[in-house]
Ligand binder design. Sequence first.
Ligand code: COS
Length: 380
Amino acid sequence: MDFSLSDEQLALQDTARRFAREVIQPAAAEFDQSSEFPHAIMKQAWELGLSCVSIPTEYDGVGLSVFESCLIVEELAWGCSGMTTSIMANDLGLTPILVGGTEEQKKEWLGLLTDETFRQIAFCLSEPAAGSDVAGLQLLAEKDGDSYVLNGTKCWITNGGVSELFTVFATLDRASRHKGICAFVMTSDLPGISIGKKEDKMGQRASDTRVIHFDNVRVPTAQRLGEEGKGFKIAMQTLDTTRPSIGALACGIGRRGLEESLAYANERKAFGFPISGFQAVQFMLADMAKDLEAARLLTLQSAWMIDQGLRASKYSSFAKCFSTDMAMKVSTDAVQVFGGNGYTKEYPVEKLMRDAKLMQIYEGTNQIQRLVIARELLKE
Ligand code: COS
């Protein structure tokens, strides 16, 4: 077992760290407040090779492993988890193509993400009545000649209003649950697609979260990913692959919370001493550091397993669930260390707490992660 990083991995981590310090973090409060989408920063991340990182080199991508993508995601999320969610959502959106696409489809659609034009891709799975229950999704795909006609609504779609490409999951027959689901790739400007309201969120406000309506949207059969009925498994395999990076994102929030708390505890005085001298504060700092370290280890282990080609559902869920619960706890305690100041927008920790909450909900709630873990345990 070797816990050290290669020189290339250290250089990659350093690039992401500098981008987070110099570009993301200075702009984070402004975009959090305005809830605008940081187009220029997203483009810059893509130009630096920090976005769409999972596209293999044979399709002109940077071809990072899941392990390496976790290294950069933690760095970026230290700066702003909302912006990092927007950056990473591209890899979530394109993974169904990697999992279910033919050689031809990969060349065509991944090529649109690596040519000289900056484009984004959104993963359209969740629906108003089907967030946790993927097999219950209602977006209908009816076969008509050499195409499918899609009708229904998606919601909670990250980058929904700013993406040129979509991967979309729809059912051929609502009654057949997971066996009827198909995956598709398409451009977002097809007739019948309309972008709905942008959610006004508690946290991660720099990310664009949308409702998307499909009204008689015609998609050629050639744009179906995998066989008919295989869409559910493509979605599950996608989430198995991307959940470690959610763990890494949570580690970024946790690390920022710890660093801010350490600095503040050394500076803030009470009863004539810096509060870092009091055991009540020290114990909070110690718990933050230990839980962050455990979360990072679980995250990197699950990423490594995926890179080895091992089935990692249980480990991906360990990483996602543990790390996001850690981020919630660390950011809540960071607000506590800052006291009244922590509860104001003058200081950075209340944002961490608002941002962390979403992490326990998206890419499968932490209740769903526990369900996946329990099912895997009971199967063993
Ligand atoms: N990889 C490959 N196949 C998988 C799989 C995985 N990780 N998980 C399940 N499958 C397969 C099962 O083996 C089963 O196959 P067979 O039909 O061949 O038996 C099939 O898929 C159905 O699985 P299952 O019965 O477990 O499905 P359920 O409907 O009971 O639920 C959960 C599965 C709840 C785990 C799923 O709906 C889920 O992950 N929900 C959360 C979704 C999510 O993360 N949403 C966030 C949106 S993205 S931001």
